[in-house]
Design a protein around this ligand. Structure first.
Ligand code: ATP
Ligand code: MG
Length: 359
């Protein structure tokens, strides 16, 4: 029987509510597949600022270091918005964790489930051809991390600069993540760049081509970022895995999320070289609906499934969770975010949806 330590960082807003449901589902797969989890709770984000004076206390970081993976909820909210940028939960906890564990590979699957096509702003096209994309975004380098950055000069001649930089090593490892993922999916990688303008993108393309040679069964195509945003609207079903740098992946993953039309369904993974990872919903702490028991727990539950799949290699258990989610949606056990305005009376609560998936 396998035994795993998982650090559970539920955080703020709807985080704690949806985390309860993810734990229920982990308990269910633990029983069915004979996997034992030690789920250890730690404070993070605004909650940790209130309880310990900082968003990522040393005990939380230590707890994460001693675990096989991190299941993360969401952090932040209006209460902590006025703090200086460096102390804000997002920066002081989320970015700090990504950096500390070198979580360079950000995987964001976005798909439209059968029956939920009406939520997509692209409804007509989607119902004909479907939408099921994995965005693989480089998360710890590129223009968001490049040095130097700053301000120089004065008056109207003052200028600001950020430096975009990528090493071959950084490009290679994220490209390998994308090709590995594509091998298990639709066998196609679309690499997003701006190689007609940027030197970084030229190097990106060169290294991606090299990596592709090791994956003869995976088709590789290159696309410019501007065309990619357009093609996603025009014909979204042409894509399988989209391989992106930090900046372009930020943009593309939000666009893909919006094409599905429902934030509450989308999980994400941020993984390092040793398959250690942090798993969290793509959405935020949703302060507008927190505390009401109406948040959709599926993004958190699918994040737990990704944790099983990528960090623990418990594929059967992950498949079972994914199948249970498909069945739950198919059986119309839906929270309010997945119902039209005149169907809201049919909405199930956060815990009813969690119970159904666990069952
Ligand atoms: P952040 O900066 O943390 O990403 P945000 O301002 O982008 O926050 P989110 O928390 O992502 O906001 O929420 C955006 C919208 O999506 C809100 O209206 C929120 O209620 C809704 N939403 C997000 N997650 C869920 C969920 N799990 N269930 C239902 N609605 C959700
Ligand atoms: Mg957001």
């Amino acid at each position: 029987m396998s035994d795993y330590n998982i650090a559970v960082l539920a955080g703020d807003g709807i985080g704690p509510e949806v985390m309860v449901e993810a734990k229920k589902v982990l308990a269910a797969v633990s029983k069915k597949f004979d996997i034992s989890f030690q789920l250890n709770d730690f404070d993070v984000g605004g909650l940790a600022i209130d309880n310990h004076g900082k968003a990522l206390p040393a005990a939380t970081l230590k707890g994460c270091e001693d675990s096989s993976a991190i299941l993360f909820g969401s952090i932040g909210g209006p209460k902590w918005d006025s703090l200086p940028l460096e102390e804000r939960p997002e920066r002081a906890a989320l970015l700090a964790l990504r950096e500390h564990f070198d979580l360079f590979s950000n995987l964001r699957p976005a798909k439209i489930y059968p029956g939920l096509e009406a939520f997509s702003p692209l409804r007509a096209d989607i119902s004909a051809s479907g939408f099921d994309v994995l965005v693989v975004r480089e998360l710890t380098s590129g223009i968001y991390f490049g040095q130097p950055k700053g301000l120089e000069g004065e008056g109207e001649e003052q200028f600001a600069y950020d430096t975009m930089r990528y090493s071959k090593r950084e490009i290679r490892r994220i490209a390998i993540s994308a090709f590995n993922a594509a091998q298990k999916r639709g066998k196609k990688v679309t690499s997003v760049d701006k190689a007609n303008v940027l030197v970084c993108s030229r190097l990106w393309r060169e290294v991606v081509e090299e990596v592709a040679k090791d994956y003869p069964e995976v088709e590789l195509e290159h696309i410019y970022i501007d065309n990619a945003t357009m093609q996603l609207i025009r014909n979204p079903s042409q894509f399988d895995v989209m391989l992106c740098s930090n900046l372009f992946g930020d943009i593309i993953s939000d666009e893909c999320a919006m094409i599905t039309g429902s934030m509450g369904l989308l999980p994400s993974a941020s993984i390092n070289q040793d398959n250690f990872g942090m798993y969290e919903p793509a959405g935020g702490s949703a302060p507008d609906i927190a505390g009401k028991g109406i948040a959709n727990p599926i993004a958190q539950i699918l994040s737990a499934s990704m944790l099983l799949r990528f960090s623990l290699n418990e594929t059967a258990a992950a498949d079972a969770i994914d199948a249970a989610v498909v069945k739950t949606l198919g059986d119309s056990i839906l929270t309010g975010d997945l119902l039209g305005p005149d169907e809201r009376h049919l909405a199930k609560s956060t815990s009813e949806v969690g119970d159904y998936i666990a069952a």
